[in-house]
Design a protein around this ligand. Structure first.
Ligand code: IPE
Length: 257
């Protein structure tokens, strides 16, 4: 099935990762407005995935993982709360978005392959409904684990073959060293084969799924011949999500194999 866009809203774009359970409401509503405009102008067939930000990562860290049943229950609880805020904002701007509980349709098999039941997503998209998935807990043959929204995006792309895979982040894209370092340069294009030479560093925040590097490593794992365009850009800058969804020029980093 071909769709127009898969959009990942990074947890750092929709929440304040420095806090606990803290939402960037102004950005969430601006983003919902941009998605709504794109939905009516150019992108009816799309999937949205959002990250865990200050709802997911601290909860996992507090419990030391998700193996414990109560930890799973808490992580899912807070992720659904965050998901509802995003879906509500999209609905408020007229996007027919629906929550899609990731833990209920994804499963990690014994070969560690990420399986998922894609039919409901397919049917929703056919009806121009926008499913909103999220980084979550994934049950698996070898126990439960945290499933990053980035891996979900790449895995979805193997089935839905989007024109564009879009990662909205809190930085402009991929830098040659950590963006907070003096002299860090934004890379217009990054080849997944060359990610070994980039000094990603760490932002010192609670992130249980890895930041930029993990995003690219998943790309390497899931890359397939139907991938047309992958862009990492800054979702906190006004207008960029709309422009990216509609295929206009956006300042950021293009990812190639
Ligand atoms: C993390 O998802 C999900 C949980 C911690 C439960 P992501 O890895 O996609 O989240 P962000 O975008 O880094 O916040």
């Amino acid at each position: 099935m071909h769709i127009t866009n898969i959009l990942k809203l990074g947890g750092s774009v929709i929440t304040d990762k420095k806090g606990h359970y803290s939402i960037r409401y102004a950005d969430v509503y601006r983003i919902a407005q941009e998605i709504s405009l794109a939905y009516s102008m150019c992108s009816k067939r799309m999937l949205i995935v959002h990250g865990g930000g200050s709802f997911g990562h601290p909860t996992v860290a507090e419990h030391g993982g998700v193996e414990n049943p109560m930890a799973t229950s808490q992580v899912v609880y807070f992720m659904r709360e965050l998901n509802m805020v995003i879906v509500d904002a999209l609905n408020a701007y007229g996007v027919p978005a629906i929550p899609m509980d990731t833990h209920a349709i994804f499963y990690r098999d014994c070969e560690k392959f990420l399986q998922f039941f894609y039919k409901p997503l397919e049917e929703a998209i056919e009806k121009s409904i926008v499913p909103v998935l999220y980084g979550d807990v994934v049950f698996g043959c070898k126990g439960s684990d945290v499933l990053s929204g980035d891996e979900i995006v790449w895995r979805l792309s193997t089935v839905f073959k989007p024109c564009r895979i879009l990662f909205a982040s809190d930085v402009d894209g991929v830098y040659d060293k950590h963006p907070s370092e003096v002299g860090a340069k934004l890379l217009d294009v990054v080849s997944l084969r060359n990610i070994g030479v980039i000094e990603f560093g760490s932002q010192g925040r609670t992130d249980v799924t890895g930041e930029m590097k993990a995003k690219l490593l998943y790309g390497l794992r899931y890359w397939h011949g139907d991938i047309a365009e992958v862009l990492i850009f800054n979702g906190l800058k006004k207008g960029r999500i709309y422009n990216a969804l509609c295929g206009k020029d956006v300042h950021g980093t293009r990812v190639i194999l």
